[in-house]
Ligand binder design. Structure first.
Ligand SMILES: [Zn+2]
Length: 412
């Protein structure tokens, strides 16, 4: 058989997505499998069983990352090609976020096994621990430790929102493994994921070749002014924190419009004190979310905001204090791997486009240690982290087939 004609078995993939979704099912189509809970254990047990049924060697590392290894026929020291994602969910999770990437990796192995196709390099399917960050902080914890970005001891000492220690929970559910950390330095890493945004669905495009991932800057701003009577205080004598908060929000919209490109800016939370109709606000607390795919531009946005805030504080006679909350640099994925994804999508006859990920993924951690890129398929109306999360079966199969041929070419 010409390997170019290989396809994954759509029924096989859909049945496993359905079976995994039954574990932690919330009754409304959604899933709740918070990392290292009993539901996560049951999900892991099922994925391990499927890995063994496919003849994969199952390994678990000390942070609970789970791997299914399919041997290659090349030299023993050839670096494997890795694919994967995560199977933990948020409390109100859907059935595709993460699960789809892991199970599609297994569907690729099933298709290769079925057709008797061997590869020169080994193939590894990974499920990384605590990607969502819904129970333990930070998110993407398992892949971060894997890539050397967080010491294992620090990860083990992490406490869940319910107080449990990560190491204790790994032990309790039987996934405190002893595989080497990292298990291997992959030749390349490819992650298939639903988009979790509206772009592909809105443009009726089936495959996104993900070339980069936005950098994120989160801060909290506190404006301290003076409360006073809304009727008797002349405008020129006011130190109005409410007005300043509004001016900051308007400035951020102008800034994003002016900078264009991938720059986005959001004031998502805003509280005024004392928050009364006839009192000038003494204090305003607001959050700022800035994102850009270019680190220099993201810094420029941060600088311009700081400058505007300083000028505004002087002019209005208020104090504006900024507190950083989170900061991640943008990630540029490997052009070679992203080109290969785009080429395979075209060859298979799917509409495809280059894209940027607005969300974080395990692939950004793996990109620190090997060439990596991602494949996106449409999420209907961009809905995710929601029981209503949905991707059409045809799109699920399309993404898995692009994954199949991308992995084949990387491992041949
Ligand atoms: Zn995910």
């Amino acid at each position: 058989m010409n390997t170019g004609d290989l396809r994954i078995d759509q029924g096989w993939l859909l049945a496993r997505l359905e079976a995994l979704a039954q574990i932690g099912a919330t009754g409304d189509g959604g899933c709740c499998r918070l990392a290292l809970t009993d539901a996560d254990r049951a999900g892991r047990d099922l994925v391990c069983r499927w890995m063994r049924e496919l003849g994969l060697q199952v390994q678990v590392d000390p942070v609970g990352n789970l791997f299914g290894w399919r041997a290659g026929i090349g030299a023993a020291d050839l670096a494997p090609v890795m694919t994967g994602s995560h199977i933990d969910t948020v409390a109100t999770g859907g059935r595709y976020d993460g699960n789809y990437g892991v199970l599609s990796g297994l569907a690729v192995v099933q298709a290769l096994n079925d057709a008797g196709v061997t590869t020169r390099r080994p193939l590894v399917v990974a499920a990384f621990t605590n990607e969502e960050g819904a129970r333990f902080q930070p998110d993407m914890l398992g892949s971060l430790v894997y890539a050397g970005g967080l010491p294992l001891a620090d990860a083990h000492a992490t406490r869940a929102i319910d107080g449990a220690l990560l190491r204790d929970e790994l032990q309790r559910i039987g996934y405190l493994g002893s595989a080497p950390l990292p298990l291997c330095r992959p030749h390349a890493y490819v992650e298939l994921h639903i988009e979790q945004g509206p772009v592909l669905d809105a443009d009726a495009v089936t495959i996104g070749a993900v070339r980069d991932l936005q950098g994120i800057s989160w801060q909290a701003l506190t404006v301290s002014g003076q409360s006073n009577h809304a009727g008797t205080t002349p405008m020129r004598l006011r130190h109005d924190a409410g007005y300043c908060a509004a001016a900051l929000a308007c400035f951020l919209r102008r800034l994003a419009d002016e900078m264009g490109g991938s720059q986005v800016a959001t004031v998502g939370a805003l509280t005024l004190h004392p928050n009364l109709i006839n009192v000038i606000a003494a204090r305003a607390e607001l959050t700022v979310d800035l994102r850009n795919t270019d680190e220099a531009l993201l810094r420029q946005a941060e600088r311009r905001l700081a400058q505007f805030a300083a000028d505004l504080a002087r002019k209005e006679g208020v104090a504006i204090e900024a507190r950083p909350l989170a900061r991640f640099e943008p990630v540029r994925f490997d052009d070679g791997v992203a080109d290969l994804i785009a080429r395979q999508a075209q060859r298979l006859g799917f509409r495809q486009r280059n894209m940027t990920s607005g969300a974080g993924h395990d692939a950004q951690m793996l990109a620190r240690m090997c060439p990596a890129a991602m494949i996106f398929v449409p999420s209907v109306q961009g809905i995710s982290h929601n029981p209503a999360e949905h991707t059409e079966p045809g799109h699920l199969a399309a993404g898995a087939n692009v994954l199949l041929h991308t992995l084949l070419e990387l491992s041949c």
